[in-house]
Write a protein that binds this ligand. Structure first.
Ligand code: CMC
Length: 394
């Protein structure tokens, strides 16, 4: 049975009643984690330009920087890498639970459930204890990739494979996913992708993480709520939709007519537009060059030509409105060349973004006040309940 909601709500002009739909431009927290200049197209993590980190740093070093505020010393990095490596395995109970998930389910839903399940194993009673915080950070950074790779093998009817201690973080993930040790170039490019996606201030999933954190619940619930938010097509889910769109366009010659048709039907072009950037997202440019590095080594991808044609066609139509490629436009082309299936693009984004979510979790706990915004009520005035037989059926 489908019950339609009665159309009794009044729609008021949001500006007239002081609303800011989507909280655009409304500051809701102080943060020293990352900064975006959307006009110049600049992004820094703790003051370091993203291009420098993507070229010089590693994902685990960047994680350390984002979460604890400074780049680690050699010893601190070695200790952090070793601890993450020691916690990569997930309990057989989590793996068995994942075997009960439907193989046709989306891997983001599998990840959200598995991340939340970690809260069943680790106590939630110590979120003001620095050791508890450190352990939670290490566990989540270590186990999320293992869970993503495990679901991939489980849904193919195979048993997950165990992490390999001789492989670094990114190489180990690609190994657990594809059952092959990746070549060094692929592992390095994947690691650079993780750096690029690690943090991006108060986007929807990070806001979700901070709202959940503000209730003082456990970090596994914080991450699970953020994973659920990242999954949507207006947010992290766009990377998967970009490749579907490029495949639908098919050839560079079709790009312009596809764009015109989408715009006249008020359909969004996936991988374009950003609330903060009014120019091309700096991460999109770096991802584009990473894709080109992979194509030069392993061969072209025809979808790249389609993407270039679409970007060119969009420049005149959308560029004047400040709509340019965002991080999701070229990332899928990199992941595709690395042999990652389309519906794992967003889980891969989550493997990286867990870093930003955890940094914001810590920051939120440092100066916490529960989030509790207000609303403008537009519903019915108080009225009296009537027995069912006296109600009209409209
Ligand atoms: N294609 C065509 N038109 C667009 C697009 C697009 N991708 N993005 C925005 N517009 C237009 C939109 O139609 C509207 O036009 P008008 O003022 O004439 O009605 C105007 O630009 C403002 O759009 P909006 O949806 O109100 O902007 P927003 O700041 O609320 O949304 C966005 C930002 C990223 C959700 C949006 O640009 C979008 O839906 N993009 C496509 C999905 C996407 O690529 N998402 C990934 C975002 S970046 C990475 C991440 O967060 O994961």
């Amino acid at each position: 049975m489908v019950v339609e909601q009665q159309k009794t709500e009044k729609t008021l002009n949001p500006t007239a009643i002081g609303l800011r739909p989507g909280l655009e431009g409304v500051p809701v927290s102080q943060s020293s984690i990352c900064d975006i200049d959307g006009i110049k197209g600049e992004l820094t993590y703790r003051g370091y330009p993203i291009a420098e980190l993507a070229a010089q740093s590693s994902f685990l070093e960047t994680t350390y920087l984002l979460i604890w505020g400074e780049l680690p010393s050699t010893q601190q990095l070695r200790d952090f890498e070793r601890e993450v490596q020691m916690h990569r395995r997930v309990s057989f109970r989590v793996r068995d639970m994942m075997k009960c998930f439907p193989a046709t389910g989306h891997p983001m839903d599998a990840l959200q459930s598995s991340a939340a399940s970690l809260g069943l194993f680790y106590s939630r009673r110590a979120i003001d204890d620095p050791q508890y915080i450190y352990d939670a950070v290490v566990r989540l950074i270590a186990k999320i990739p293992t869970m993503v790779a495990a679901f991939q093998l489980i849904r193919k009817g195979q048993d997950p494979i165990q992490p390999r201690d001789d492989l670094a973080y990114s190489a180990n993930f690609l190994y657990m996913l594809t059952e092959r040790e990746p070549d060094p170039l692929s592992a390095r490019i994947f690691d650079r992708c993780l750096i690029l996606h690690a943090e991006h201030s108060l986007n929807a999933s990070t806001f979700s993480a901070r709202v959940t954190a503000s209730t003082l619940t456990d970090p596994y619930a914080v991450i699970a709520s953020a994973v659920g938010t990242l999954a949507g097509p207006l947010h992290g889910g766009a990377n998967e939709d970009v490749i579907k769109m490029l495949e639908e366009i098919g050839t560079p010659e079709n790009a312009s007519s596809y764009l015109n048709e989408a715009i006249s039907n008020k359909r969004k072009i996936m991988g374009f537009g950003h609330r903060e950037y009014k120019v091309k997202d700096p991460r999109a440019s770096i991802l584009q060059s990473l894709a080109e590095e992979l194509f030069a080594r392993f061969g072209k991808d025809n979808m790249y030509e389609v993407a270039l044609a679409l970007e060119e066609a969009a420049e005149s139509h959308l560029g004047k409105k400040g709509i340019f490629p965002n991080v999701d436009f070229y990332s899928g082309l990199v992941y595709r060349k690395l042999g990652i299936p389309k519906d794992l693009f967003t889980p891969v984004f989550a493997i990286s973004r867990v870093t930003g979510w955890l940094a914001h979790w810590r920051e939120q706990l440092g100066a916490n006040r529960i989030f509790r915004p207000s609303q403008v009520y537009t519903g019915e005035k108080p009225r009296q309940w009537k027995p069912a037989e006296e109600r009209s059926s409209t």
